[in-house]
Design a binder for this molecule. Structure first.
Ligand code: 13P
Length: 253
């Protein structure tokens, strides 16, 4: 059975004391939810990972990183390895975010390497895909997403693929306030599930959680998550306020 998941990608926001406050506020909010219908994952910046893993022991969330090195270890100044993340007790890591693709030259081949490093360290990759506006305007969104997913993930065997979470994040919707309509999200999520089915069969496809990201907020989450192929969200801006994030977490029927 696939899981409902709400993951908060804090991106490059918050100072230490603010991060501490946000996690504490969120713990209070989670405490008040009687019937938690989703797995909650916080993806803070690297310096706050240990703070979050410590606090997660007393709460209902898991912790993920926002990126990882494609290399195993060694002379890569400034990089963070999957093994380091594993040693902190992390369960998840975002890879292939459009901001890393755009500003840090993260290609599908690099994403594939990062995924391998994570899986070798028993960390579930949250793999982002999504088209830019000009690609959607040219009706190329399905080709783009197919290429991203096949080049970065279809080298895996079915067992390995079973650890993957996909996040569909149309780039034109990220941080713009311009959310994909529930129909656009459902259409793409169903497409993604269909290509997973072609590659790995119905069972793997049915079991894969596919999250939506891009201006998802407390107001539109319910409508987005009500779609049969939308299994939750990868939330940017709205994950920086505990109450907004908590409202998104309770948006499952
Ligand atoms: P926003 O929710 O701020 O649009 O960001 C989405 C995102 O990029 C999450 O990874």
């Amino acid at each position: 059975m696939r899981r409902n998941i709400v993951a908060g990608n804090w991106k490059m926001n918050k100072r230490f004391e603010e991060a501490n406050e946000l996690v504490n506020d969120l713990m209070d909010c989670l405490e008040k939810i009687d019937d938690l219908k989703a797995e909650v994952i916080l993806c803070p910046p690297f310096p706050y990972l240990e703070l979050c893993t410590d606090m997660s022991q007393e709460s209902y969330f898991a912790v993920g990183a926002q990126d990882v090195s494609e290399h195993e270890s060694g002379a890569y100044t400034g990089e963070i390895s999957a093994s380091m993340l594993e040693s902190l007790g992390l369960d998840y890591c975002i890879v292939g975010h459009s901001e890393r693709r755009a500003y840090h030259h993260e290609t599908n081949a690099v994403v594939a390497n990062k995924v391998k490093q994570l899986l070798a360290n028993k960390i579930s990759p949250i793999v982002c895909c999504g088209e830019v506006l000009s690609e959607r305007e040219a009706d190329k969104q399905f080709d783009v997403v197919r290429e991203q997913i096949s080049e970065s993930l279809f080298g895996l065997n079915a067992e390995e693929f079973g650890k993957i979470i996909i996040a569909y994040e149309p780039v034109w919707a990220i941080g713009t306030g311009k959310t994909a309509t529930p129909e656009q999200a459902q259409e793409m999520h169903a497409f993604i599930r269909s290509i997973i089915k072609e590659q790995y069969g119905a069972e793997v496809a049915d079991n894969t959680s596919i999250l939506y990201g891009g201006s998802c907020n407390a107001k539109n989450a319910e409508e987005l998550f009500a779609n049969p192929d939308v299994d939750g969200g990868l939330i940017g801006g709205a994950s920086l306020k505990a109450e907004d994030f908590a409202k998104i977490i309770i948006s499952f029927k």
